[in-house]
Design a protein around this ligand. Structure first.
Ligand code: SF4
Length: 326
């Protein structure tokens, strides 16, 4: 269930990193990791954020969480601009925003049992102070994510990849967050397990009214779970719309290329469809191309694309694309 109140508004977010190595130890250049990104997420909604490695999607997530302070722009969460808050003021906000990582193994302390891992944030944030009640809360959280009470005594290395990710989800849920940033949460898992984790995230969303920013590098993963999808390329959003419009009628050539790489289960349809293969690599964010940053790889680029920066404009209600030909 979504309502119309934005839980999160990202306004013109910019994150530049200075790269050393210049003369006399000076700056050699600026990496424009995120370059003017804006979107909102309503309560109870899932926004998929998709793009190739290095497009800025993870940095966007880290700026929302204030793990990186933005170069400019605003991150408005539950009505307050996080970029203006001190570390102390951010503490209660951090509890409401949690993250689920791609690799649960490296994000879980190997020397702690599953029970300790899940109980830790409950204790740190003073949610349940009584020890016995905390153990009860851990059992409840394990059951929410489809694990058994006896898993509390195990260590991360004694679990499968899917079980470890369930522990990561339980730990995020433990502090009763409003927003969870799912940073490629299924990319490291077997395909057979991926759907189980995505389904679990959906069930938990329905049960606890969670809001998700779901970061992924391909469009097939976010299709099932997203209400809307934003596609990023070289630090910018190039297309954003609801799921149906994006998958049925993509307007940006980059989105079309990404979609053409997603296999269709019907072999006949799959054999007949057009596959768009993009030439070259994603250019460096240290020295982005002029005009439309996608022009060196765009199959339909025209001369104008080299000099004109396309704005992310509304091409029909609720559907925006950054292409002069869209
Ligand atoms: Fe391609 Fe030009 Fe559109 Fe950019 S503006 S996506 S280069 S057609």
């Amino acid at each position: 269930m979504t309502d119309d109140t934005p839980l999160l508004e990202v306004r013109n977010l910019v994150k530049h990193f200075h790269v050393g190595g210049g003369l006399f130890g000076g700056t050699a250049g600026i990496v424009r990791a995120v370059d003017g990104v804006s979107f909102t997420i309503r309560r109870g909604e899932t926004l998929g954020l998709v793009g190739e490695s290095g497009c800025g999607k993870t940095t966007t997530g880290r700026c929302i969480l204030q793990l990186e302070r933005p170069t400019s722009g605003q991150i408005v969460f539950e009505g307050s601009d996080l970029t203006t808050l001190s570390e102390k003021e951010l503490r209660p906000v951090r509890r409401k925003m949690q993250v689920i990582f791609q690799d649960p193994y490296s994000s879980l302390n190997p020397r702690m049992t599953v029970g300790q891992i899940i109980a830790e944030p409950v204790a740190v944030h003073g949610i349940v102070t009584d020890r016995a009640k905390r153990a009860e809360r851990v059992r409840e959280l394990l059951s929410h994510v489809g694990l058994l009470p006896q898993h509390a005594q195990r260590y991360p290395h004694q679990l499968s990849g899917g079980q470890r990710q369930r522990v990561g989800i339980a730990r995020a849920l433990a502090v009763e967050p409003a927003l969870i940033i799912c940073d490629e949460p299924v990319s490291a898992l077997d395909v057979s397990i991926q759907a189980q984790i995505v389904n679990l995230l959906e069930d938990l969303q329905a049960q606890f009214g969670l809001t998700y920013l779901f970061v992924a590098h391909d469009l097939s993963v976010v299709r099932h779970i997203s209400d809307r999808v934003a596609v990023m390329y070289l630090g910018k959003i190039v297309e954003i719309t609801d799921r149906k419009s994006l998958y049925d009628d993509p307007r940006h050539p980059y989105t079309k290329a990404l979609l053409s790489a997603v296999p269709i289960p019907d072999p006949e349809l799959e054999a007949r469809r057009e596959h768009i293969v993009l030439g070259g690599e994603v250019p460096s964010a240290l020295n982005p191309p002029s005009g439309c940053v996608f022009h060196p790889r765009c199959p339909i680029a025209v001369d104008r694309c080299r000099g004109e920066v396309p704005e992310l404009r509304e091409i029909r209600p609720g559907h925006r694309a950054a292409c002069i030909l869209a």
